[in-house]
Design a protein around this ligand. Structure first.
Ligand code: NDP
Length: 479
């Protein structure tokens, strides 16, 4: 029997993706470098659908209907290059090779260009939702050619998560667009997690609430506008006690957050694109800070202010909810701004509203909130920022007093809130009629003759700072 699609790389992600496809009625060829994994999959889950196990890459490729569709789910980096090359050499023009791993979008662009030369379609597909998502319905962000999307679409739509009957997958754009969007998704995820963690820290250390009370607070928030997977699991974690010690679980976990790289890539890429994602950057740096045992040990006895619990914990919790919501709007606005910048730079023509729509289910940042973003772009697809779209502008206006109050409380009590503070600084920077950048530019002209523009006339100018009297000279011709 010819298989409709093949999956090579059968660790947790590949195995679950293959099972998901088989459960939806597709015949799935399965292959793994180490054959034991292939055999284990068929032994354990063979009853779930039609699998065609292959012992070798050649056997695997021969079992596929044409044009062949091969999904590679192996370790990102050099292993992906090796596996892509191995299979590309066995495929024929018109065949489709999908990389579902967490590749850097620039690697995907390189691989896509190389395979296009050989007549093959290379699809860099971001897949979010972890192993559970891969099995029960992930959010899938494929890049690549329109032809490859036409061929993959029915399969991806049937295995993806669904919200209101709409599958959480869409064609993101050419070459690296899918992996770019997955990268920014993860950057936003970092920010969202950091903001939730800051809320917890404030409510615990300034609000005086214990983990069990906090679980209730997050559970309540999860019934409102903050309704999301991340808030839901936060409530669950805070309610959980360590079975061994009986202590709150959150108190026995070492306070060092690790990272695998997609958050860092989001920030590195944003720097290259000139996209100001300070909220996301602070979330990545907060993880680095937490993991920097040497710095933290050296500085642990530096003085801070005395901590006095707030007078009205319930009222404070309400303010923190507002600060969290406002900061979350900023973090997502920054992520979408980066996607818009990447789309412009690489000519991808990414539909921002459609991107928000496919994040409503399956992925880690899934939330009701994303439907508001979808709606905001639906009514104003060209908006330069989500902050000024009516729904979010109103929410920010309503929250800003509490947001400022919460940041001020944190500062006074010596509780670090890099995410909240960065988001607020971004909001105030965009609002400002005049930024002190005027002074920075004047400094640049003073020490480096970097020139400046004036508010009152066209052209480029330089002041001869060393001369007496100082004189302004026009540089070049005004546009
Ligand atoms: P791993 O990233 O742990 O990769 C293990 C798989 O890669 C095994 O099948 C292994 O084969 C194969 N492999 C490694 N090196 C080679 C090589 N040189 N040649 C051939 N095969 C090789 O597996 P995961 O399932 O966790 O992840 C797969 C991909 O999905 C990764 O790119 C990951 O970043 C991405 N991803 C993972 C998520 C998760 O929650 N885990 C979520 C979203 C994406 P063997 O058995 O022979 O060692």
């Amino acid at each position: 029997q010819q298989a409709n699609i093949g999956v090579t790389g059968l660790a947790v992600m590949g195995r679950n993706l293959a099972r998901n496809l088989a459960r939806h009625g597709y015949t799935v060829a399965v292959h793994n470098r180490t054959g034991a994994r292939t055999r284990a999959l068929v032994e354990e889950f063979g009853g779930e659908g039609a699998f065609v196990p292959a012992g070798s890459a050649a056997e695997f490729v021969a079992s596929l209907e044409r044009p062949r569709r091969v999904v590679v789910m192996v370790k990102a980096g050099a292993p992906t290059d090796a596996v892509v090359e191995e299979f590309a050499s066995l495929l024929e023009p018109g065949d489709i090779l999908v990389d579902g791993g967490n590749a850097h979008f620039l690697d995907t662009r390189r691989r896509e260009a190389a395979l296009r030369e050989r007549g093959l379609h290379f699809v860099g597909a971001g897949i979010s939702g972890g192993e559970e998502g891969a099995l029960h319905g992930p959010s899938i962000m494929p890049g690549g050619s329109a032809e490859s999307w036409a061929s993959l679409r029915p399969l991806l739509e049937s295995i993806a998560a669904r919200v209101d009957g709409v599958p959480c997958t869409t064609h993101i754009g050419p070459d690296g667009a899918g992996h770019f969007v997955k990268m920014v998704h993860n950057g936003i995820e970092y920010a969202d997690m950091q903001l939730i963690a800051e809320s917890y820290d404030l409510l615990r250390n300034a609000g005086g609430l214990g983990p069990a009370e906090l679980a209730e607070v997050f559970r309540t928030w999860n019934t409102g506008r903050l309704d999301s997977y991340l808030v839901e699991i936060t409530a669950d974690i805070l309610a959980y006690s360590d079975p061994g010690t009986g202590r709150p679980f959150v108190d026995v976990v070492l306070d060092q957050a690790e990272q695998k790289g997609t958050g860092r890539w989001t920030v590195q890429t944003a720097l290259d694109l000139g996209a100001p994602v300070n909220g996301i950057a602070e979330a990545v740096f907060a993880r680095s800070t937490s993991g920097h045992a040497v710095l933290r040990k050296a500085a642990r006895d530096l003085p801070g202010p005395p901590r006095t619990p707030v007078a009205d914990p319930a009222g404070f919790a309400d303010k923190v909810e507002q600060a969290l919501y406002a900061s979350k709007i900023v973090a997502y606005a920054q992520g979408f701004d980066e996607i818009a910048a990447g789309s412009a730079e690489y000519g991808w023509d990414i539909d921002l509203g459609a991107t928000a729509a496919i994040w409503r289910g399956g992925c880690i940042i899934r939330a009701e909130f994303l439907d508001r973003i979808r709606a905001a772009y639906a009514s104003d697809p060209k908006t330069p920022t989500l902050l000024t779209t009516p729904d979010f502008a109103e929410a920010l206006a309503g929250a800003q007093e509490a947001w400022r109050d919460v940041v001020a409380t944190a500062v006074r009590q010596g509780i670090p809130v890099p995410g909240f503070a960065a988001a607020l600084a971004y909001y105030d920077s965009l609002r400002a009629r005049r930024l002190p950048a005027a002074l920075v530019q004047a400094q640049r002209d003073y020490f480096g003759a970097h020139t400046y523009h004036r508010t009152d006339k066209e052209g480029t100018f330089h002041t001869l700072w060393a001369e007496s009297p100082r004189k302004e000279v026009p540089i070049g011709t005004p546009p």
